[in-house]
Design a protein around this ligand. Structure first.
Ligand SMILES: C[S@@+](CC[C@H](N)C(=O)[O-])C[C@H]1O[C@@H](n2cnc3c(N)ncnc32)[C@H](O)[C@@H]1O
Length: 195
């Protein structure tokens, strides 16, 4: 990561934390992924050489900037989906200021609908960082959309373990997937298609 992008991220993250600190309503918070979790997923993108990355839950674009930097190296592209129009505008501005806009499409919409409309085997890596109770309903489409050796990464799998547990059981019971909880940041559940 170049130093200007690193300093951009180092500025954006504490601003997000300061924004969130006084807010009791979690839906009003930006809830950026920890740098450790975003860095781990960026590493997975680079190691996999992911070309098509899908993120559900953009917020103000903090994690998307990490992933955009990684797909810049793989020659890939990130599609990140956000349901809140104001956040979409914030994300587009932050991503442009970070200098990675050409590697990202910020889609204003519902992540579940975007998944349902996606082509079979069209995503190498999917990040879930939205409303956790919805993930169980995403599973049939996630399974269909994920390419060979594709990866699903779910944030908050330790901080909100109870809300991710029902989802975890789905790839864990599916012989096509290897599932591992990485206890770093708020916890990243990973499910990798074996072949
Ligand atoms: C935890 S935040 C995402 C944080 C972001 N990944 C980051 O690290 O900067 C969750 C975001 O998901 C959005 N969201 C909730 N439900 C959604 C849905 N069905 N489709 C797309 N976005 C959704 C919320 O508006 C919120 O901005």
């Amino acid at each position: 990561m170049d130093t200007s992008l690193e300093s951009h991220l180092q500025d954006l993250y504490p601003r997000g934390r300061e924004h969130d600190a006084p807010l009791a309503d979690r839906l009003l918070r930006l809830r950026n992924m920890t740098p450790a979790a975003a860095g781990l997923i960026a590493l997975l993108i680079r190691v996999q050489g992911s070309r098509n990355v899908l993120e559900i839950g953009t917020s103000n674009g903090y994690s998307a900037i990490w992933f955009a930097d990684a797909v810049r190296d793989t020659g890939g592209h990130l599609v990140t989906v956000e349901v809140d129009g104001e956040r979409v505008e914030q994300a587009r501005a932050n991503i442009a200021a970070a200098g990675v806009a050409e590697h990202v499409s910020v889609v204003h919409g519902d992540g579940g609908e975007v998944l349902a409309a996606a082509a079979d085997a069209s995503a190498d890596l999917v990040v879930l960082d939205a409303e956790r109770p919805a993930y169980v309903g995403y599973w049939p489409h996630l399974r269909r959309v994920l390419a060979s050796r594709g990866v699903i990464a779910v944030d908050n799998a330790v901080s909100h373990r109870g809300q991710v547990e029902e989802f975890r059981k789905l790839p864990a019971a599916d012989g096509d997937f290897a599932v591992r909880l990485i206890e770093l940041g708020d916890g990243v559940l990973t499910a990798v298609r074996r072949r």
